[in-house]
Design a protein around this ligand. Structure first.
Ligand code: KE4
Length: 429
């Protein structure tokens, strides 16, 4: 079957004239894989259809939000209904309460929430809360974790012994990252060393409790508990960035699954049902620092937008249905089990990390447990694999360091077809 994308190529060339790199978010540019991006003209259920009419079984899932798949009828109906009553009021509305109550009811660590328009705003604000609440300046983040593009979070580990973050992007002054300390994922000792040196000055520790931005990396059993203990010991706040894992791994996210209660939680993606929504929440005591209750300022013209709220409510309503997550996890486990057998069958240097309805196939001979091991993955092999899938009607996230997402719209036949194509890819590697 020949996979031709002339219309996408034409659109990409035109896009590059007006939009940087032809995209509105870098990873969509296929810069981490061969070829140029396909431009989507329509989506339905588990499928994306590109400008040339090629159909793909979609495992990007809009990078997480579409746990129900595309154009879920209830989400679409909710959006249509909401938009017929207005697009933005610039004043509060009932649906903001409804969505806030749904989130609070699922996450015992949250008494009060603030909606934002993106995950970046959520994490940026969460860090400001930690700093305002503790009166301290330092934060700890982990190598390989991504929390959006706030200046002081665009850091890479300092070289060698230095523990300060160095800016990972031009345009971020060194002074902006001088209070960002970098630890190693799953390495409690690297955290203890920082606390020993800076403990009383550390406002908060931010982490993806299950990492999704170096590919899927699971926390060791004691690691998250260790973070909980040491932050409590030093009076720092533990911030779980659950923008990806929130409502993905279950109604109480990673914090429910691993039974570790953070001080602040960041959310996004699924709570917007595909529309721009982020959020951060904590105990009433901590959140009382946020304006207008408290002095810490944070705002947003379209935060709590009525259409986005309606989409989020419709999305959460359906995933709150009994057995939703079990069915999704079973489907994922079946698929991952088959992929592992194919890895063995073809003797590939690859392995899969999966949890809930998220997984990553690492082209790597060792298990990926942190950023250092993730970087040993063969990205060139991933790129070739990605292209074979694309040409055969399956689209994975275009980067080795991302998570595949399965939705409730993926059928058994989608998975069977996908496995056939994965086998074709493995055979060709
Ligand atoms: P946004 O600002 O992109 O809504 O959220 C930032 C963010 C925060 N925290 C976590 C754990 C995240 O995964 C993200 C964003 N995820 C990426 C992909 N892994 C979004 C895709 C993109 O940047 O286009």
């Amino acid at each position: 079957m020949s996979h031709k994308t002339p219309k996408s190529e034409k659109l990409f060339n035109e896009a590059k004239k007006y939009m940087v790199g032809g995209v509105n978010s870098p990873v969509r540019s296929f810069s981490a894989v061969e070829g140029s991006p396909v431009f989507i003209s329509k989506a339905k259920g588990s499928k994306l259809i590109d400008a040339d009419g090629n159909k793909y079984i979609d495992y990007i899932g809009s990078w997480g939000p579409l746990i129900l798949g595309h154009t879920d009828k209830d989400v679409v109906k909710a959006v249509q209904k909401a938009s017929s009553s207005g697009t933005s009021y610039g004043a509060p509305c009932k649906d903001e309460i409804t969505l806030a109550k749904m989130v609070v009811s699922c996450l015992p660590s949250i008494d009060k929430i603030r909606m934002t328009n993106s995950g970046t705003e959520a994490t940026m604000s969460a860090i400001r809360v930690a700093r305002a609440y503790t009166g301290r300046d330092y934060i700890i983040k982990f190598e390989g974790c991504y929390h959006g593009h706030a200046d002081y979070l665009l850091v890479k580990a300092g070289s060698g012994a230095t523990t300060f973050g160095n800016p990972s992007s031009p345009g971020v002054p060194a002074s902006f990252t001088s209070k960002t300390l970098v630890a190693k994922y799953n390495d409690t000792e690297s955290v203890e060393k920082l606390f020993k040196k800076y403990g009383e000055k550390i406002a908060g520790v931010i982490i993806e409790p299950v990492a999704g931005n170096m590919g899927v990396v699971l926390p060791d059993k004691a690691f998250l508990r260790g973070l909980r203990a040491i932050t409590r010991q030093y009076g720092s706040l533990l911030i779980f960035d659950e923008v990806m894992t929130g409502f993905r791994l279950g109604l109480s996210g990673a914090q429910g699954l691993f039974r570790v209660r953070p001080d602040i939680t960041c959310l996004g993606k699924i709570i917007g049902g595909g529309l721009p929504v982020g959020a951060y929440g904590a105990s009433s005591k901590i959140m009382s620092i946020v304006s207008p209750e408290g002095p810490m300022y944070q705002a947003g013209t379209l935060s709590g937008n009525p259409i986005a709220m309606a989409a989020g409510i419709a999305n959460l309503k359906k995933i709150m249905k009994k057995d939703f997550y079990n069915k999704l996890a079973k489907r994922t486990d079946l698929m991952v089990g088959e992929i592992n057998s194919l890895i063995d069958k073809y003797g590939l240097e690859a392995n899969v990390t999966s949890i809930g309805s998220m997984f990553t196939i690492f082209f790597n001979k060792e298990k990926v447990t942190d950023y250092k091991s993730a970087l040993k993955s063969d990205t060139e092999k991933f790129s070739r694999f990605f292209s074979i899938l694309l040409k055969n009607g399956v689209i994975f996230p275009p980067s080795q360091f991302e998570s595949v997402f399965i939705s409730s719209a993926h059928t058994n036949s989608d998975i069977e077809k996908t496995l056939d194509v994965v086998e074709k890819g493995f055979k060709a590697l």
